[in-house]
Design a protein around this ligand. Sequence first.
Ligand code: HEC
Length: 142
Amino acid sequence: MKKFIFSVIIFLIAIQFIKVDIQEQVETPKELEIQAPKEIATILQKSCYDCHSNSVSLPWYGYVAPTSWYVRDHIKSGRKILNFSEFNAYDEATQQKKYEKIIDATVIRMPLPSYTLVHRSTQLSYDEKQLIKAWAESKMQE
Ligand code: HEC
């Protein structure tokens, strides 16, 4: 039994050296940031920026393997697919597509349920979802 516990401890220490590298704060020109009314920007920052921006804050388990792999992987793929800090770097057609996806994603399943489960305050209320949806729709008609 002692041997087993010892092995588990060694294992847990060993995996700490396997890192999924992400940079929490990436310097990004301000003008690339998505432009949105304050009300909308606040919601996005609260509920989306931890995975879809160049300014994320990692929780403590974002530093400890194996949970850190999971958290950082979400940030990596979240940033890749939609980055609000670099939104204006997308061309017009891509932006339009992103707005369309935002409408779908917000109503259906974003932020990720595994995230809101732990970060209760980031869960969007019905009203907040409607605000985001209306805003994204208005951007699509421009
Ligand atoms: C915990 C991390 C996390 C949070 C928080 C989060 N997302 Fe995501 N999001 C992801 C990941 C990972 C993907 C890509 C994989 C997938 O679709 O599941 C994604 C995909 C998307 C997509 C799909 C883009 C495309 O081109 O298909 C949209 C749109 C999106 N998120 C919008 C949002 C919005 C809006 C919020 C805030 C209300 C949000 N997300 C919050 C992690 C997150």
